[in-house]
Design a protein around this ligand. Structure first.
Ligand SMILES: Nc1nc(=O)c2c([nH]1)NC[C@@H]1CN(c3ccc(C(=O)N[C@@H](CCC(=O)O)C(=O)O)cc3)C=[N+]21
Length: 300
C-alpha cells in the first residue's frame, strides 16, 4: 500500500478562506474587527520568520495584526506590563507570546499574565480546563489542526484506537483530551513506555509528537492506519550541498507511507494548520469577548 498524502497546506488555505468569511461577517454585522497581537522577545532567526508569516496571514484574512518586538535582554516586568496593556486594549482579541522566551524570563509568569479571554494559544490553566470539560473557548492550535485533518480523513473517529507518542502540555496532553471527546480509545506513550513499537502497531491513528527526527519506524505502522506527524526537526542534508539542512518529521515518512492509509508530510502537513488554527482561535475569542456564539466550524 502507498499512503495518501494529507495536504495540510491546502487544508490550511481552505480554512483561511472560511476564516476570512467569518471576519467579514463580524465586521459587517457586528462592527468587530478581530485583532491578534504577537509578541516576540529577541531575534532568533527561525522565530522571526515564523512570526512574520503569522502577521502576514493575519492581515490576509482581514484581521488587525499587532506585532511587538522586544530586545532579548528586556526585563521580565516590562514584558508583563506589555501583556497587561494588551489585556486592556479592546482592539486586541488574541495575544500570543512566541515561545520559548529567554532564560531570565519565567514562561509560567508570562502565561499567568495573559487574560484567558485572549489566550489564543490555549496555554492558560483556565482554558486547558475548559477543553477538558468541553466548554467553549480557544483550543491548542496544533492539536486542533491535527483533529481537523483527522476528521476530514476519517469522518467519525468513534471507537478508533489512537496512540499519541509524546506527553507535552503543548501537544500530547491537549491532543489526548480532543481525541477522547471524539470517542477514540486513547493511549499516551512517552519516553518511558515499554515496547513502544508494539504499542504503535495497535494504532488506527498515530500522532507523533516526540521531537526526535524519524524516530517512528515504518514497520511500527499498522496497515491502513492514519499517521499525523507533528514533528518539525531540522537535520543536516549534505546531499543538498555543504552546510545545507532540511526539515523532517518524527516519523520515517517513506517507510511509514508503505503501510499507512494516509500520512501528513513535513513540511506541508501539521505546521501550516497550527498557524491557521491560531487565526481560528482569534475568531473564537473575538466572538466570546463580544457575547457571540463562536462559529462551530472553527473549533473542536
Ligand atoms: N506561543 C507560541 N505558539 C506557537 O504556536 C508556537 C510558538 N509559541 N513558538 C514556536 C512554535 C513553532 N510553531 C510552528 C508553527 C508552524 C510551522 C510551520 O508552518 N512549518 C512549516 C515549515 C516552515 C519552514 O519551512 O521552516 C511546515 O511544517 O510546513 C512551524 C512551527 C508554532 N509555535
Amino acid at each position: 500500500m502507498t499512503a495518501k498524502i494529507i495536504d495540510g497546506k491546502a487544508f490550511a488555505e481552505a480554512l483561511r478562506i472560511r476564516i476570512a468569511n467569518h471576519v467579514d461577517r463580524l465586521k459587517s454585522q457586528h462592527g468587530i474587527t478581530p485583532g491578534l497581537a504577537v509578541v516576540i522577545v529577541g531575534t532568533d532567526p527561525a522565530s522571526q520568520v515564523y512570526v512574520s508569516s503569522k502577521a502576514k496571514q493575519t492581515a490576509e484574512v482581514g484581521m488587525n495584526s499587532f506585532k511587538h518586538e522586544l530586545p532579548a535582554d528586556v526585563l521580565e516586568a516590562e514584558l508583563l506590563s506589555l501583556i497587561a496593556a494588551l489585556n486592556a486594549d479592546p482592539a486586541v482579541h488574541g495575544i500570543l507570546v512566541q515561545m520559548p522566551v529567554p532564560k531570565h524570563i519565567d514562561p509560567n509568569k508570562v502565561i499567568e499574565t495573559i487574560d484567558p479571554a485572549k489566550d489564543v494559544d490555549c496555554f492558560t490553566p483556565a482554558n486547558v480546563g475548559k477543553v477538558q470539560i468541553g466548554l467553549p473557548g480557544p483550543v491548542s492550535c496544533t492539536p486542533l489542526g491535527c483533529l481537523m485533518l483527522l476528521r476530514d480523513e476519517l469522518g467519525s473517529l468513534e471507537g478508533k484506537n489512537a496512540v499519541i507518542i509524546g506527553r507535552s502540555n503543548l501537544v500530547g496532553k491537549p491532543m489526548m483530551q480532543l481525541l477522547l471527546r471524539d470517542n477514540c480509545t486513547v493511549t499516551v506513550a512517552h519516553s518511558r513506555t515499554q515496547n513502544l513499537p508494539e504499542v504503535v502497531r495497535a494504532a488506527d491513528i498515530v500522532i507523533a509528537a516526540v521531537g526526535r527526527p524519524q524516530m517512528i519506524k515504518g514497520d511500527w505502522i499498522k496497515p491502513g492506519a492514519v499517521v499525523i506527524d507533528v514533528g518539525i526537526n531540522r537535520v543536516d542534508a549534505p546531499e543538498r550541498g555543504e552546510g545545507k539542512t532540511r526539515l523532517v518529521g518524527d516519523v520515517d515518512f517513506a517507510a511509514a507511507a508503505e503501510n499507512a492509509a494516509a500520512i501528513t508530510p513535513v513540511p506541508g502537513g501539521v505546521g501550516p494548520m497550527t498557524i491557521a488554527c491560531l487565526l481560528a482561535n482569534t475568531i473564537t475569542t473575538a466572538s466570546l469577548i463580544n457575547g457571540l456564539v463562536p462559529p462551530s466550524d472553527l473549533t473542536a
